[in-house]
Design a protein around this ligand. Sequence first.
Ligand SMILES: O=C(O)c1ccccc1NCC(=O)[C@H](O)[C@H](O)COP(=O)(O)O
Length: 221
Amino acid sequence: MSGRTRIKLCGFTRAEDIQAAVAAGVDALGMIFFSKSQRAVTIAQAQALRQQIPAFVDLVALFVNPDPAYVQEVIEAVSPDLLQFHGNESPQDCERYGKRYIRAFRVGSPGLDTREDVLAECREYASASAWLFDSHSAAYGGSGHGFDHSLLASVVTASDARPMILAGGLTPENVGDGIRRLRPYAVDVSTGIEVSPGVKSPEKIDAFVRAVQIETQKLND
Ligand SMILES: O=C(O)c1ccccc1NCC(=O)[C@H](O)[C@H](O)COP(=O)(O)O
């Protein structure tokens, strides 16, 4: 895909990190509503952090196999622009809130370990606003590990594919390769811009955003 590569940074827990990300020019910020994550936020924390996010930057709320009542509570209290699902949610589970959603796929998991299986699974989620590709991890996401990008070959060429978000182990050093190889609509990172889980580095945020911009510019030249 030509044009601008959108940038989503994930796993925010601190106001100063959100300010750094907004200043760097990101398109979307993720907060994690999954209590087992090292980057989890409470609804009260998210309400306070949300004040740091200006117009035209989207807030994405992440869930893993959530209780629907909890998702509804987050929607009402925090007003996320999009939902993102990382667990075993069915298409109906993702659609039931009437909100735009991102479906995450853990590429390399059983049943998602061939090109054909990946595309077939993705097609079940035709109602998603984007398909996010992450590595297989027992923690459901945010592992900092990459995966075999060749498993996305069928998705890349499918005419009915939803916009691709590339995630999983991205860093300022390797994100350019991923963009060149797959031409995703957007990239998503958590670990690669951190000093420790949930604590972001302004320098790494800037380096990541610059690396995306430089690679995208090269593709457009
Ligand atoms: O970050 C977590 O702790 C997490 C836990 C459960 C589900 C998703 C989670 N994070 C999602 C992300 O941060 C990203 O969408 C993606 O997994 C990339 O993470 P990383 O490899 O760390 O860059």
